[in-house]
Design a protein around this ligand. Structure first.
Ligand code: GH3
Ligand code: MG
Ligand code: MG
Ligand code: MG
Length: 327
């Protein structure tokens, strides 16, 4: 903790010397001034625990110095004790308090009284310093806490991201798809509008992996994802990877006809990619089969029915020679 500083102000060197002697027992830094002007200059550079101020000085007197100090925000709360041989008249003492002093001591000083008063102000200063240090520490901790909070939020965001997206393709994963599907189902019940679902599955993908290797299979899944993501769908339509080589698109407020159009666009876009697939059972390039289903959601109907219908349509597409759409 910083050593308390005390400023003593008197125009007479012998008075300064006497005060210095009385303050010798304290562990303080003593600063001396011979005039009011000098005293004011010192207050710019130091933060004093106490100022002992003579009243009668040539030039600026003690009262003026005290008032000027009180007028400055930085020095407003520094305790000032007048130490003077001036008249004991109560009007003088009153003037001393009015100019902002906390005490008014008359020379000759009684050493024990003087020292115990100074001791009180040193202790107050030390308490104030301790409090300030605690406040600073508290502020530092607060900044640390805010940083930790920020990190926690970022980690939570990353966790949320990891738990809802598929690592290979970056699309919504099966878990998130189930949630979104359930939300859209409820929304459909409220709005009584058709909800459509497209499920698509890559044809002969096992053979693709067997022919080109798993790594190329992964690259292929990513390319299919890029193509599917670029198909102009509506903002509210949601694309997800719901299985190994199986994708789904939720199309809210879309009827059978609209869903079938979207499904055909999807099938054509992959067909046109013309990714070579020498072991395909039907073509020489990669294709997909697509199942479509549409329903107006009802409270007494399970959303699973829509999934099952799309699955059945997909099964039918597979059995109709693949690379086609069924509803
Ligand atoms: P079908 O036309 O009837 O859909 O035949 P298929 O071979 O595509 O279907 P099947 O269900 O027999 O095989 C799917 C294959 O998809 C099996 C697996 O090797 C492959 N697969 C699933 N997930 C991944 C993946 O993440 N990466 C790679 N490279 N292959 C995958
Ligand atoms: Mg004097
Ligand atoms: Mg499959
Ligand atoms: Mg397949």
């Amino acid at each position: 903790m910083a050593i308390p500083k005390i400023l003593i102000v008197d125009d007479r060197p012998e008075n300064l010397l006497a005060l210095e002697g009385l303050l010798d027992k304290f562990h303080i830094e003593l600063i001396k001034a011979n005039s009011g002007e000098e005293a004011l200059a010192h207050t710019l550079d130091h933060d004093f625990a106490l100022i002992l101020l003579d009243v009668q000085m040539p030039g600026m007197d003690g009262y003026e110095v005290a008032e000027l100090m009180r007028g400055n925000r930085k020095n407003k709360h520094i305790p000032i004790i007048f130490v003077t041989a001036a008249s004991k008249a109560s009007s003088h003492i009153f003037k001393g308090y009015e100019s902002g002093a906390v005490d008014y001591l008359l020379k000759p000083l009684v050493p024990l009284v003087f020292q115990s008063k100074v001791g009180v102000f040193i202790e107050l200063f030390e308490q104030k310093e301790a409090l300030r240090e605690k406040t600073q520490e508290f502020d530092r901790k607060l900044v640390e806490l805010e940083e930790l909070q920020q990190q926690l939020e970022e980690t939570n965001e990353q966790l949320l991201m990891l738990s809802t997206t598929d690592g290979l393709t970056g699309l919504l994963n099966r878990r998130r798809f189930d949630e979104v599907f359930s939300e859209e189902w409820k929304r459909g019940i409220r709005s009584q509008s058709s909800l459509s679902l497209i499920i698509l599955d890559i044809d002969d993908f096992k053979a693709y992996n067997d022919t080109y290797g798993h790594q190329v299979g992964d690259d292929c899944l990513r390319e299919v994802t890029r193509t599917l993501s670029n198909i102009p769908l509506r903002e509210m339509d949601k694309l997800a990877r719901i299985g190994g080589e199986e994708f789904a698109i939720i199309l809210p407020e879309t009827d059978t006809e609209g869903a079938m159009q979207a499904a055909k666009r999807v099938r054509t876009s992959i067909d046109r990619l013309a990714i070579p697939h020498s072991s395909s059972s039907s073509h020489q390039h990669l294709t997909i089969s697509v199942g479509v289903s549409t329903v107006i959601p009802k409270a007494d109907l399970s959303s699973r029915k829509l999934m099952e219908a799309a699955d059945m349509a997909l099964y039918e597409a597979k059995h109709s020679g693949r690379n086609c759409c069924c509803s």
